[in-house]
Design a protein around this ligand. Structure first.
Ligand code: G3I
Ligand code: 9MR
Length: 590
């Protein structure tokens, strides 16, 4: 156990000798400590609002800060200045039109609660500690429980967010455009369970694909951290990791979306139009399955292949499930090979989310990868064709890098001669993110280009973190870890808006997300643990925004589905990022 007093004396930013002499003088001490506080009420110094691990890089961003300017770390219990430092790097961020200075106090490692101040500015209070992300990790996974369709949420699991059973989805209609000889229009199907996609109540296979994959990949990578988490969900008493029980809720639904007659997978299960802003129980429009598509079928094949290998270890708990997933994956793959370009064509009477994608080479490679890793058949490996993979930050539309992430985790399966190619593809992408991190005024990989500010930009920042963590776990090079953690800080408050973008966490977080359950439940606080979409200059919702600048195009208004909605594919990389960071700091906690 480290003595915090010893650490305080030996590890710090610059200690001024005269301050060292005077620090026992109550009057001078008070003046020294309180002057920055008196002028610093604005809390406009930005940092990850959940704080820092003792050994981690610690950056706060001081708006208007210039090189040479001093900053102070103030202990919030003793009201004592425990460390002073100077800004050594400053820069201009065009996407926020902001001059900022970086306060780097990485060498200050004493656990405690502090504020950082400069001449006229101050931060929120923050912690330095070894358990800063545990409750956030749990909440970010629990968010999926709150998205469950076809079940009641009981007070013992959901507290004030309890609700009645809704969307049983036991009589879903086959839409005329999805009709086949065996299942003519109007046929009713059972397709219960699954997670609501986002702020709406529909269930989309494509977006379920990357979301479910990322959660299972988090378990494959960070089982040590995730397998023992208790989430207070209905299955918490069984012998299976809660995160896996949660994922199974969605897999059970996905399996129902496969047409047993041919193996193809319906693109989505949806009402024809979005429901109003009502509770799940009041959103009672008829629900339909939409035409089978290659994108949905390949997403399904990839996730079922992955699920088959993960659930193989739980045969006793779920007899036959692993095998059923594997068989479903193979059937879906076969269908996709016969129907390689069934692109989603939204029927004229349907207006809900499209998740349309007409480039399917990446989905083919990803599905082949998951099938190869699980079944280990050479023909799947040949199909992947590693040299042809274009590595990009993963998104629901672009899944090529999911192949690399799975191959990195299972690199012993890749033929030795080609292992380095797969590794290089991943590290080249991670290297580009690292370069942006080093040069950026906010010292982060995210926001290197305006194109980062898409619909769901926060999900993109989290997915950059996923890539960097995969690179870290492949190489053990800590630079990748620091860069991933910088994006974590961005999402938790080190951003021009000073927002912690996860509901219910941090000092300033979204209160009015575009999330029907949060809006309609009569509880003031939104359902916790959700990452909102984030700044998006597209502003497609036409709400009122404070600015048109890419990094400032965010409004905490329920109206704003283009910047303030929640979604399962944005929370999943948050879970991955948190679990990976916590696991990386495991030894620090012991
Ligand atoms: O691909 C183009 C790119 O070439 C172009 O440079 C860029 C410029 O803006 O746009 C890119 O397309 C964007 C597309 O996402 C792919 O990223 C579109 O502009 C953008 O409007 C589109 O946004 C999607 C949105 O639905 C509207 O379709 C989001 O990614 C997607 O997350 C979101 O998903 C919705 C579901 O439909 C319904 N449920 C809620 C969910 C979350 O908001
Ligand atoms: O609520 C919908 C949200 O989940 C979607 O992401 C978004 C874009 O498809 O659409 C939202 O619904 C809006 C619809 O598109 C236009 N009329 C207003 C709806 C929200 O109140």
């Amino acid at each position: 156990m480290v003595n915090p007093f010893l650490m305080r004396r030996t590890s710090c930013c610059t200690w001024k000798k005269w301050y060292e002499k005077m620090k026992n003088s109550v009057i001078l001490g008070a003046i020294f400590c309180l002057v920055p506080l008196c002028y610093g009420h604005a809390q406009d110094i930005k940092l990850g609002q959940l704080g820092f691990y003792p050994q981690a890089e610690k950056i706060a961003i001081i708006p208007g800060g210039v090189v040479g300017e001093s900053f102070y770390i103030i202990d919030q219990v003793a009201y004592d200045t425990v460390c002073t430092g100077v800004i050594r790097t400053a820069g201009y961020w065009e996407l926020a039109k902001e001059n900022v200075g970086q306060a780097n106090f990485s060498d200050f490692m004493s656990p405690g609660v502090y504020k950082i101040t400069s001449a006229s500015k101050s931060s929120h209070p923050f912690e330095i500690g070894s358990h800063i992300y545990e409750s956030l990790l749990k909440a970010s996974i629990k968010s999926y429980y709150y998205q469950r369709a076809s079940t009641e949420l009981l007070p013992i699991h959901a507290g004030e967010y309890k609700r009645d059973l809704a969307h049983p989805d036991d009589r879903v209609l086959v839409h005329p455009k999805a009709a086949t000889e065996q299942r003519p229009a109007g046929t009713t199907l059972r397709a219960p369970r699954g997670w609501y996609d986002a702020g709406d109540y529909n269930k989309y296979v494509v977006n379920s694909g990357i979301s479910t994959y990322t959660l299972l990949a988090a378990l494959e990578y960070f089982g040590e951290t995730l397998a023992t988490l208790s989430l207070a969900i209905p299955e918490s008493e069984n012998q299976v990791p809660d995160v896996l029980d949660e994922v199974k809720w969605n897999l059970d639904w996905m399996l129902t979306m496969q047409d047993p007659h041919d193996g193809g997978v319906y693109h989505k299960l949806t009402s024809k139009e979005f429901s109003g802003f009502v509770t799940p129980g009041k959103a009672i429009k008829e629900r339909y399955v939409m035409p089978k598509t290659t994108a949905a079928t390949l997403n399904f094949a990839a996730v079922m292949a992955q699920a088959s290998r993960v659930f193989a270890a739980y045969e006793r708990d779920f007899p036959g499930f692993s095998r059923a997933c594997g068989e479903a994956a193979l059937k879906a793959w076969k269908w996709s090979r016969i129907n390689p370009a069934r692109i989603y064509d939204q029927p004229a009477d349907v207006t809900t989310g499209e998740y349309g994608d007409d480039v399917l080479s990446d989905e083919f490679q990803w599905a082949a990868t998951e099938l190869f890793v699980t079944i280990r058949r050479d023909s799947f490996y040949t199909f992947i064709n590693i040299p042809s993979i274009t590595a990009t930050v993963p998104s629901w539309r672009n899944v090529s890098t999911l192949s690399l992430i799975s191959l990195a985790r299972h690199h012993h399966l890749v033929p030795a001669g080609e292992r380095s190619q797969a590794k290089k593809k991943l590290l080249d992408l991670a290297g580009r993110l690292l370069a942006t991190y080093r040069d950026s005024p906010y010292k982060m990989p995210f926001g290197g280009a305006a194109s980062d500010f898409v619909w769901g930009s926060n999900g993109l920042a989290a997915n950059q973190g996923v890539v960097l963590l995969a690179a870290y776990y492949l190489t053990e090079d800590k630079h990748y870890l620091s860069a991933a953690m910088a994006n974590m800080d961005y999402l938790l408050g080190r951003n021009p808006l000073n927002y912690c973008f996860v509901t219910g966490f941090g000092k300033k977080s979204p209160l009015d997300p575009h999330h029907r359950p949060s809006f309609s439940d009569h509880v003031t606080a939104p359902v916790p643990g959700f990452l909102v979409g984030g700044p998006n200059p597209g502003q497609q919702d036409k709400c009122t925004y404070p600015s048109d600048l890419p990094a400032l195009s965010y409004t905490d208004d329920v109206c704003s589905y283009a910047s303030n909605e929640v979604a399962i594919n944005w929370n999943a990389p948050l879970v991955f990022l948190l679990a990976g960071i916590i696991q990386a700091h495991g030894s620090e906690r012991e």
